[in-house]
Design a protein around this ligand. Structure first.
Ligand code: FAD
Length: 477
């Protein structure tokens, strides 16, 4: 009689650790989770800083998938709070609500600029629709050129480092699909269906010990279920024989045999290191590009700076793209501390000069820029720390699918290998997408299901904000 099936999971970010957690519930499976870092959570981990807790940038959890919400609640229990959401855009020294509120936006822009936006929107109705395959064309088609320039162009170009005309509309379709000027106006005039509940626009669920708590709890449960978790154990490559995954090789040189491998390690590394990957597939994967983040944390001697969870910085004269105020999440993050931690996000490519700037130089830039925003008044900045996050945004540049598709097809042809995750599968995932990928990968293994893991994210309907919040979680309205 054969024993339990052995499964290796690579990476303990939301995707990998969810897969491992789900697999660990099955007594016919022996699961081992390998993580390169010294802690779990991947990009969604929380860290201790100046006696407070912070995330790697703002991490709002939301999902329109019932299974994902149930799993999240199963792991978090009662240890979360609904946080009132306030996020605004800082542009031209003024604050604009995000999601946009048309009357607020038009009032703030002033009569001349408001007229210009409306003219540009109206004019667009009579013009030939711009190329809908690009992000620029997609947004202009729905909002007009002037609103595009004010509310989409600068921020997107800071984030992606390429012109909006070179960015694939997939990005917009995933992240701002439900947003159109008409929808925004209907909301403002209260013409949409009224509900008693708040929606994801107003509130989000946040774990009391930071976003990383979700994945720390999963780790404890995997261990309690008899699974194994190896931290500080980077995987060098997945081993294959006759187009079937047979095990993994660790960076230490150790080789381990498995019946199944679930990978959330970087897609590029996975493919390049497969012993028999064809040359053309390696070439395709090498063309997929990623954007890096440098997160600058500043410790400010004040407790009441500005009310937003985070602010999008659209001003062209500032390099920073987003500023998070961790004082406005849950009090458990800062406890008795009387100082505020802000996180300022800067984006660049690995080959950019900026990526190799010294920590001191980057902190100086962040200090100068936070003062230029007038957000901290005369408050003292008492500390600075940076976290460099390589390759954290998969860039959907025009034509990326022509390189991704053959890679997907090639990997689908390798038996006993499941590929999931944000960097793992080159998907602009939020946590919920990665959690869902992990859940579905586990179901494929334990229940013999045939979920197409490459399809998760794009087949998600009503992604954005149309879900109500109840006291026990999230439900469709
Ligand atoms: C600044 C920022 C803000 C964000 N805000 C939000 C938000 O508000 N809401 C939201 O839901 N999501 C947000 N996200 C996205 C969220 O963090 C990701 O979707 C999620 O963490 C992806 O999970 P993952 O497991 O797919 O990948 P990752 O989190 O990248 O995890 C991959 C893991 O694999 C490990 N690994 C890599 N290579 C190897 C190897 N060779 N061997 C072993 N282990 C390896 C890594 O160390 C890492 O732990 C944000 C991300 C960033 C960067």
């Amino acid at each position: 009689m054969s024993g339990p099936r052995k499964v290796a999971v690579i990476g303990a970010g939301p995707a990998g650790i969810t897969a491992a957690y789900q697999l660990s519930k099955n007594k016919d499976i022996e699961v081992e989770l390998y993580e390169a870092a010294s802690s779990v959570g991947g990009l969604a981990k929380s860290i201790e800083l100046w006696n407070q807790k912070v995330d790697i940038g703002p991490h709002r959890f939301f999902s329109s998938d019932r299974d994902v919400n149930s799993l999240w609640l199963e792991v978090v229990g009662e240890e979360y709070k609904m946080v009132d959401r306030l996020t605004r855009i800082l542009y031209s020294n003024k604050f604009f609500y995000y999601p946009l509120k048309p009357f607020d936006a038009l009032l703030n822009l002033g009569v001349f600029e408001a007229f210009r936006c409306m003219w540009s929107f109206g004019f667009q109705r009579f013009k030939k629709k711009p190329d809908q395959r690009t992000f620029e064309g997609w947004v202009i088609g729905r909002f007009g050129r002037r609103l595009f320039e004010i509310f989409f162009k600068t921020y997107s170009e800071k984030l992606w480092g390429i012109k909006c005309s070179e960015l694939d509309a997939d990005f917009a379709a995933q992240r701002i699909k439900k947003l159109s000027l008409l929808e925004v106006v209907k909301n403002a005039l209260h013409l949409t269906k009224k509900g008693e509940h708040k929606t994801l626009v107003d509130q989000f669920a946040y774990p009391l010990r930071g976003t990383g708590m979700v994945y720390e709890n999963m780790k404890e449960r995997i261990l309690a279920n008899g699974g194994k978790v190896f931290l500080g154990s980077p995987v060098k490559k997945v081993l294959t024989t006759d187009k079937t995954a047979t095990g993994i090789e660790l960076e230490s040189g150790e080789i381990k045999n498995f019946d199944e491998v679930v990978s959330s390690m970087p897609l590029t590394l996975l493919v390049e290191r497969l012993s028999d990957a064809p040359k053309n597939i390696v070439e395709h994967v090498s063309k997929l590009t990623y954007r890096n983040t440098i997160m600058v944390y500043l410790q400010v001697d004040a407790i009441d700076l500005f009310p937003d969870n985070w602010l999008y910085i659209h001003s062209e004269n500032l390099q920073v793209g987003r500023i998070t105020n961790f004082r406005n999440w849950v009090p458990q993050l800062y406890g008795n501390e009387k100082k505020t931690i802000l996180a300022m996000e800067y984006w660049c490519y690995e080959q950019d000069d900026f990526w190799s700037w010294s920590e001191e130089k980057i902190i100086e830039l962040a200090k100068a820029e936070i003062k230029m925003t007038n957000l901290i008044g005369k408050a003292e900045i008492e500390g600075g720390k940076i976290v460099r996050i390589p390759r954290c945004y998969p860039v959907y540049s025009m034509g990326y699918k022509e390189d991704l598709k053959p890679v997907e097809e090639y990997l689908t042809g390798i038996k006993a290998l499941s590929v999931i995750g944000r960097y793992g599968a080159f998907k602009y995932n939020n946590q919920d997408h990665s959690i869902l990928m992990g859940m579905r990968a586990a179901e494929n293994i334990t229940e013999g299901k045939d979920h197409d893991l490459w399809d998760i994210n794009t087949d998600y309907d009503n992604y954005q904000e149309s879900y109500i919040i109840t006291s026990t979680g999230l439900e469709k309205s």
